[in-house]
Design a protein around this ligand. Structure first.
Ligand code: GLO
Ligand code: MG
Length: 344
């Protein structure tokens, strides 16, 4: 924990081998244990888990075996002075979920997706977190005519209800993304995620996670997406990162593309005391060219950028800002912000 009371998290997938669709891995794999040992060194408090990061091959294990492995993972966390932020069901890698899980046309696949998600809930209980994240990777289409979007939306609500019923304590944060891997995703924005949650049986237990790159890919401003969810008390986690325009999901270091955009995300989180609400999750990737022994710098940079921007935001004179707003002198306000970001 830092002096502002923020807690930081990232997922084991954020230390990675650097493969891309055009080339093989360029860095050796780091074992899960070695990854765990760098969290504290880098100033992080918590681990974001996919269900199979915590319990590999869980599809082949009995419920009792799953719980046992999850408990062993919890001990590893404790040994490293860490906690779990959330568990996310990984529904996008298995061949049977090639055309979606919750929204697959095949009812057997939909049943698998719900069942797998319940296993992820069990893992969360053992890891002492009730927060789940649903990144709805393949819930969409490559071909618009391939699924009935009305039915698919109902299937998503059915899945929410089944999981909310399964565990009265679980809270589900939907992580919207407009595309990739699918061409068209069904839940592209905060608004879609929130609307879906409101249709569930227990809207109080469905919220959202805002990822900066996903908002940019949807043509939206991440700070406004954050604010919209905060206004309803529904922002339960964030994946801060950066994104250079409308292209593949880049997961660049926070603030590395557009510092003003990063500043505004920090500003709205800080003005709304987010440190009392949730953790600052980072979902950042080292670029492919980075050598293995220095391949955690994207995490260090992102965390430091966040904390530096908290300082910048708090140092801006409120009174001056209010006077400029009252005078509608937004050009001077612009200059005040730019000067602050330039360290003037
Ligand atoms: C991909 C998503 C992905 C999720 C993670 C947690 O675009 O951002 O990294 O955040 O799988 O569910
Ligand atoms: Mg993410």
């Amino acid at each position: 924990m830092n002096k502002y009371g923020y807690r930081f998290s990232f997922g084991p997938w954020n230390i990675h081998e650097g493969a891309d669709p055009f080339g093989p891995p360029v860095r050796a794999s780091v074992t899960f244990e070695d990854k765990l040992s760098v969290y504290r060194e880098l100033g992080f408090d918590a681990v974001q888990f996919h269900d199979d990061d915590a319990v590999p091959e869980l599809d082949d294990l009995s419920p009792a075996e799953i719980r046992q492995e999850a408990r062993a993972m919890r001990r590893k966390l404790e040994e490293n002075g860490l906690v779990a932020e959330f568990v996310a069901p990984r529904l996008w890698e298995k061949p049977i979920t090639i055309d979606g899980g919750f929204t697959a046309n095949d009812p057997a696949v939909r049943a698998y997706a719900i069942d797998r998600t319940k296993k992820a809930v069990d893992i969360g209980r053992e890891l002492d977190t009730h927060l789940m994240v649903w990144w709805l990777a393949r819930e969409g289409t490559y071909m618009r005519e391939a699924k009935d979007a009305v039915k698919a939306t109902h299937h998503l609500i059915e899945a929410l209800n089944a999981v909310l019923e399964y565990d009265p304590e679980v809270r589900i944060a939907i992580e919207p993304k407009p595309n990739e891997p699918m061409d068209l995703a069904y839940i592209p924005t905060m608004g879609h995620g929130l609307a879906l949650g409101m249709q569930s049986k227990d809207p109080a237990r469905v919220g959202v996670l805002m990822e900066s790159a996903h908002a940019v890919l949807a043509g939206l401003d991440p700070a406004d997406e954050i604010s919209f969810a905060l206004a309803f008390g529904k922002l339960w986690s964030v994946h801060l990162n950066d994104q250079n325009g409308l292209k593949f999901d880049q997961d660049r270091s926070f603030g590395s593309v557009d510092l003003r955009r990063a500043f505004n995300q920090v500003r709205v989180l800080d003005e709304n005391r987010f440190w009392e609400i949730g953790m600052i999750g980072l979902d950042v990737k080292a670029i492919r060219t980075q050598l293995a022994d220095v391949s955690t710098k994207h995490l260090r940079n992102s965390l430091d950028t966040f904390l530096r921007l908290v300082e910048v935001s708090r140092a801006i004179d409120r009174q001056t800002v209010e006077e400029l707003i009252a005078a509608r002198d937004y050009e001077e306000l612009d200059w005040l912000i730019l000067q602050s970001l330039m360290g003037a």
